[in-house]
Design a protein around this ligand. Structure first.
Ligand code: BTN
Length: 323
């Protein structure tokens, strides 16, 4: 029996006797106790009340494949192959593995409750604690060859920011090329990995999104961060609803990009640019100047006394210059 089943029954925060849990799950009370202990080892705080039973003290927001699927439009539901996992090394890695197994034309999407080897941009690890956040990846294909992919990584930042605002978040900013920001702190990140050309001109791309939802403590994260729960206290964020909003928005944006390229996204990205008008410097000090938004290809424009220079994504890491 999975610890998830006991966690699901205790999720309402009420006291449940061992006997009633055992009856509902058709297992012994010892089996229930073992699963309660396993859930506690995973980090859930569960109170054991003598003679009465168990009570969940941690807020529980379990992921469920059905709950994500039932919120998708029926056409989209047909197009995706969704796996929702308890634990995985990296959802990006899982999508790469799954691609070999599913029928061509289907979009593999993987969501996990935690990642043991979550990866971020520039080879950095992505902290992925259990039960707190969303870790989701998509396997997408695009026609037109690599030359058509200019600006693609920025498209997903726009898609996710727009989905979050529809879901109730406010003022989601983008830090070039595609970090999600709120109140000056990082709310989420996007890792776009190019997998190569499948056949003449069709390029395969893995898009992984890490979004901080419930996280309120992360002692080992070395940059200012935030989460939806921190930004909007009192709002009951549901990971299943958020995940299905992300699937809808990301696949929709991929379709729009395939049909029309980057131009429909440029203004939408620009409106969220947290660097605009600010004094910027590249980490290694190669360029410095004022942020002036992006060009038609999604390159970042920096204006200095020498003129305007375009910085390509992946080449350089930009930050706000120290005052
Ligand atoms: C960044 O460094 O800002 C990008 C972070 C991307 C993290 C996500 S979590 C889901 C997917 N799986 C991974 O291993 N990484 C991405």
């Amino acid at each position: 029996m999975k610890a998830n089943l006991v966690i699901g029954l205790l999720a309402d925060g009420q006291v449940h006797s061992g006997e009633s849990l055992a009856n509902q799950l058709a297992v012994s009370r010892t089996a229930v106790w073992k699963q309660v202990r396993k859930a506690m080892e995973q980090g859930y705080r569960i109170e054991t009340i003598r003679g009465k039973g168990y009570r969940m003290l941690t807020r529980v927001d379990l992921l469920s494949r059905n709950a994500v699927l039932e919120r998708l439009d029926s056409n989209l539901r047909q197009r995706v192959d969704l796996s929702v996992l308890d634990e995985v090394d990296s959802t990006n890695a899982e999508v790469i593995r799954r691609q070999a197994e599913i029928s061509p034309g289907t979009i593999p999407v993987c969501i996990a409750d935690c990642q043991t080897a979550g990866r971020g941009r520039r080879g950095r690890p992505w902290r992925s604690p259990r039960g707190e956040n969303i870790y989701i990846s998509f396997g997408l294909t695009f026609p037109g060859g690599f030359a058509m992919l200019d600006g693609l990584s920025l498209v997903f930042g726009v898609a996710i920011a727009e989905a979050l605002e529809v879901a109730g978040a406010q003022d989601i900013g983008l830090k070039w090329p595609n970090d999600l920001y709120c109140s000056g702190r990082k709310l989420g990140g996007i890792l776009v990995e190019l997998q190569g050309e499948l056949e003449e001109g069709v390029v395969r791309v893995i898009v992984g999104v890490g979004l901080n939802v419930h996280m309120t403590a992360a002692p080992d994260v070395d940059q200012p961060w935030t989460s939806l729960a921190r930004e909007l206290e009192g709002q009951d964020w549901q990971r299943n609803a958020l995940a299905s909003a992300l699937v809808t928005s990301v696949v929709g944006a991929a379709d729009e990009f395939s049909a029309s390229g980057f131009s429909p996204f440029r203004e939408r990205w620009q409106g969220r640019d947290i660097f605009s008008g600010r004094q910027l410097a590249a980490k290694q000090g190669e360029v410095a100047g004022t942020g002036r938004g992006i060009d038609d290809q999604g390159n970042y424009l920096i204006e200095s006394t020498d003129g305007v220079e375009a910085v390509r994504a992946g080449e350089i890491s930009l930050r706000v210059a120290a005052p």
